[in-house]
Design a protein around this ligand. Sequence first.
Ligand SMILES: NC(=O)c1ccc[n+]([C@@H]2O[C@H](COP(=O)([O-])OP(=O)(O)OC[C@H]3O[C@@H](n4cnc5c(N)ncnc54)[C@H](O)[C@@H]3O)[C@@H](O)[C@H]2O)c1
Length: 253
Amino acid sequence: MNWSFENKVALVTGAALGMGLATAQAFAEAGAAVVLADVREEAVKEEAQKLAAAGHKANRDPLRRERRRAGGADVSRTVSEFGQLDAVFNNAGVMARIAPTGDSSREDWDRVIGINLRGVWSCMKYELRQMQRQGSGAIVNNASVGALTGNPGIASYIASKHGVVGLTRTAALEYIKHGIRANAVNPGLIDTQVARDVVNGNEEAYDEIAKHVPIGRAGRPDEIASAVLWLCSSGASYVVGHALTVDGGMTVV
Ligand SMILES: NC(=O)c1ccc[n+]([C@@H]2O[C@H](COP(=O)([O-])OP(=O)(O)OC[C@H]3O[C@@H](n4cnc5c(N)ncnc54)[C@H](O)[C@@H]3O)[C@@H](O)[C@H]2O)c1
């Protein structure tokens, strides 16, 4: 199987931390030129600079937060700096404030749906146009095991992730004839800031949840990165519109 991304260009959103950062690093180590995008301007700039200092190809400066709102800005930045766009991980996402649906606020609904679902749609819109011009490309969206079941207290998050999978499947059917493969990943409990925020920094509660995953621990961000790279690689050339669950067995029981 060919895992090399030499002469390929990858874009990763939410790349300052967690799974996004691990995936940007993995693309860079596999030879791709990588554009790291995030609302945390300073942190993402530092990570891109670290990759460049280690001899990898990474974007010189992150887009400013306000320009990122333009939607296509990350794509045009990628193409103007590196000439093409071959692989994308639409990963940026946030957790909902915990409340039963009847008590949840419109503001929180709009924030979560706006970043997790509309954000992915608005990135895909421009990524698909660029890839259609090229006649090739692979897109992976970060959904969640929350796309497979309900989960009390976080309706907007669950709805957003179900939406991401529906969006992925639809775009996959629309664009496969243009040589573009769209897929998703459904991570289970992965040890990142978002996961720890759910238990408000309560380490004991976190360990208890992790212990109940069949594999006996939370996942590492690089374990998601490796699924994303595979889905973007020629090794997954026949995988279209799939949501790949990577959860240590969490949803098997
Ligand atoms: N950690 C888990 O257990 C878990 C499980 C399933 C799915 N997910 C999903 O994985 C994705 C990544 O989460 P993570 O756990 O790595 O979290 P994380 O907090 O470590 O990283 C998320 C990154 O996204 C960035 N971000 C937030 N809003 C953004 C926006 N509008 N534009 C650009 N960047 C933005 C943040 O600044 C941060 O750097 C999210 O979509 C999350 O819903 C997480």
